[in-house]
Ligand binder design. Structure first.
Ligand code: BES
Ligand code: MN
Ligand code: ZN
Length: 495
C-alpha cells in the first residue's frame, strides 16, 4: 500500500475515485453542495435528492462522466461540525475507502477538508490513518483471493492550496509510520501458532528492529534459566518449543534520560495448560501474544518516527501447553526476584511470565513501565471489546494515557487496586497465588503483577480490545493492533 500527498484539484486528480467530506449542518451542507453542483452537474441530482445528508458514517457515490479525470466522486459524511473530532475524520475516511473498495477502486484520492480548530497536519494524518487501516485484511493463507475482496492499494491525500502541502505531507508521513506499526501488530496477533511460536516471534522482532532502527536481543532458554525466571519456565514446562525473552532497545533520547519500559505478554498460544480451556473459541488464543505484538509494533513506529525518547521493549514468550511435563495446580514457582507463587489455575499464566519481565525491567531504573496483556476474560466481561482496562501506581502516566486515549480513540478506563482485594490472592503455601477466583478477576491479576514492581507502573488489560469478533470502521476482525497508536501518541507527547 502506498500513500502520497499532492496539491491538486478534484477535476484533475488521477484516481479511480475522489472523496469529498461533507458536514451535516444545514448551512454548510447547502453551501458546499451548491458549489459542487455548479462545478459538477452530474453530482447535482444526488446532492439535491436528500439521499445523502452528510450524516456520520454515511457515504454516497456519484459518477462523473467526462466532467472529471476520476470516474467517481464519493461523498463521506462528517456529521455536525460542532465538536467534530479527528476520530470522526478517521472513521469517515475509512467508510469512504471501504465504499471505494466495494467499487473495485484501487487508487483513491481524498480532499483534505478545512476544519475549524484543526491543523492540516492532523486532518491529513487522520484521513491517511483511517483510510489505510480500513484496508487491512489477514489473507495470507487464502490461496484463492475472492473477486469482491479487492482492496485499495494507493491513496492520494490532496490539498487544494500549495502552501498546505508541507503540513499535509508531515501528517501523512506520521500516519504511515503509525499504520506500519499497527499492521505489524495485527499480522503478529493473527498469525497461527504453527507459524508463530516463541522462537519465530524473536526472529520477527530482530528483523523489524533491523529495518526500523532498534536493537533486539533474544535471550534463549539457557539464559532464561540462568536468570532464574521461574514464571516463564513454569509456564513453558509443558511445551516442546522453548521460551524466549526478547529485549528491544531504542535510544532516541539523551544518554542521561532514564528509559520508559514497555512490557508485552507473549503467549503464542494459550490452551490453559492442565486447567485446560473449553474447545469452543480456543483458536482465539493464538492472539494471546497481542501485548507483545503491540510492544513490537510500537518499537517499530517510534524508531521510524525517530522520537527523542529512550524506550526498552520486553517480551517474555512461550506457549501454554498441557503435557506430562506441564506445571500443575499446587505447584509453587519462584520468580526472578525470589518471590514465590502457588499455582491455583494453570490458565492464569500471563501474570506468571509478566512477573519475571517486570523483575527484569528493574535493571533499567526506568522512569516508568507500562505493560500490555490479554490478561483476563473478566476484563472482556467488564468492558467488552471497546475499552482497555487500566490499573497501576503511576498517576502521571495514567493521566498521559487518558489524554492519548482521547486523541487516538483507544479508550482506557481505570479500575482500582485497593488493598482489600489482596486477600483474594493470598496463599497458605507461598507468598501469593496466581488466581483470585471469579470476582474482580481483572483487579486481582493486576495486584499479582504489582508484587513485582519497584517503579512507577501502569498495566493495560487488552483482553477485550486486542481481538474483535467482527470488523468495525477501521478495525478488522481479529487482531486490532490496539496499543500501538495509544503508546505512540503518549511517547510523541512525552517531554
Ligand atoms: N489469555 C487469557 C485471557 C483472555 C480471555 C484473553 C479471553 C482474551 C480473551 C488468560 O490467560 C486467562 O486464561 N485468564 C483466566 C484467568 C483465570 C484462570 C484466573 C481467565 O480470565 O479466565
Ligand atoms: Mn490463560
Ligand atoms: Zn493467556
Amino acid at each position: 500500500m502506498s500513500v502520497s500527498c499532492i496539491a491538486g484539484s478534484r477535476h484533475t486528480a488521477k484516481a479511480d475515485a475522489v472523496v469529498v467530506f461533507l458536514a451535516e449542518d444545514e448551512k454548510s451542507f447547502k453551501l458546499e453542495t451548491k458549489k459542487l453542483s455548479a462545478e459538477l452537474p452530474h453530482a447535482a441530482p444526488l446532492l439535491e435528492s436528500g439521499d445523502f445528508t452528510g450524516k456520520k458514517n454515511t457515504t454516497a457515490t456519484a459518477y462523473t462522466g467526462s466532467a472529471m479525470e476520476a470516474k467517481r466522486l464519493i461523498f463521506s459524511g462528517l456529521g455536525t461540525l460542532t465538536g467534530l473530532s479527528l476520530e470522526t475524520v478517521r472513521q469517515a475516511a475509512a467508510a469512504a475507502a471501504k465504499r471505494a473498495a466495494a467499487h473495485h477502486c484501487t487508487h483513491v484520492a481524498f480532499e483534505v477538508p478545512s476544519l475549524r480548530g484543526k491543523s492540516v497536519n492532523d486532518v491529513a494524518q487522520a484521513i491517511a490513518e483511517g483510510a489505510m487501516l480500513s484496508q487491512y485484511k489477514y489473507d495470507k493463507y487464502i490461496t484463492k483471493k475472492s473477486p469482491n475482496g479487492t482492496l485499495v492499494t494507493k491513496f492520494t491525500i490532496m490539498v487544494t492550496d500549495k502552501t498546505q502541502l508541507k503540513a499535509a505531507s508531515q501528517g501523512v508521513a506520521i500516519a504511515e509510520s503509525i499504520v506500519d506499526g499497527v499492521t505489524i501488530a495485527r499480522d503478529l496477533a493473527n498469525a497461527p501458532n504453527n507459524e508463530l511460536y516463541p522462537e519465530i516471534l524473536g526472529n520477527r522482532a530482530v528483523e523489524i528492529g533491523k529495518k526500523a532502527g532498534f536493537k533486539t536481543t533474544v535471550l534463549d532458554k539457557k539464559k532464561i534459566e540462568s536468570l532464574k525466571m521461574g514464571g516463564l519456565l513454569g509456564v513453558n514446562a509443558g511445551s516442546v518449543r522453548p521460551p524466549v525473552f526478547i529485549v528491544m532497545e531504542y535510544n532516541g533520547g539523551r544518554k542521561s534520560d532514564k528509559p520508559i519500559v514497555l512490557v508485552g505478554k507473549g503467549i503464542t498460544f494459550d490452551t490453559g495448560g492442565i486447567s485446560i480451556k473449553p474447545a469452543a473459541g480456543m483458536s482465539d488464543m493464538k492472539g494471546d501474544m497481542h501485548g507483545a505484538a503491540s510492544v513490537i509494533g510500537t518499537m517499530n513506529t517510534i524508531a521510524r518516527l525517530k522520537l527523542k525518547v529512550n524506550v526498552i521493549g520486553l517480551v517474555p514468550s512461550t506457549e501454554n501447553m498441557p503435557s506430562g511435563t506441564a506445571m500443575v495446580p499446587g505447584d509453587i514457582l519462584t520468580f526472578m526476584n525470589g518471590k514465590t507463587a502457588e499455582i491455583d489455575n494453570t490458565d492464569a499464566e500471563g501474570r506468571l511470565i509478566l512477573a519475571d519481565a517486570l523483575c527484569y525491567a528493574d535493571r533499567y531504573e526506568p522512569q516508568a513501565v507500562v505493560d500490555l496483556a490479554t490478561l483476563t476474560g473478566a476484563c472482556v466481561i467488564a468492558l467488552g471489546n471497546v475499552t482497555t482496562g487500566m490499573m497501576g501506581t503511576d498517576e502521571k502516566m495514567k493521566t498521559r494515557l487518558k489524554e492519548s486515549a482521547k486523541r487516538t480513540h483507544e479508550y482506557v478506563c481505570e479500575l482500582p487496586l485497593y488493598d482489600e482485594y489482596e486477600e483474594l490472592i493470598s496463599s497458605d503455601y507461598a507468598d501469593i497465588k496466581n488466581s483470585g477466583g471469579r470476582g474482580a478477576g481483572t483487579i486481582t491479576a493486576a495486584l499479582f503483577l504489582k508484587h513485582f514492581v519497584t517503579y512507577p507502573w501502569v498495566h493495560l488489560d487488552i483482553a477485550g480490545t486486542a481481538l474483535l469478533p467482527k470488523a468495525t470502521s477501521y478495525m478488522p476482525k481479529g487482531g486490532t493492533g490496539v496499543g500501538v497508536r495509544l503508546l505512540t501518541d503518549m511517547l510523541r507527547n512525552w517531554k
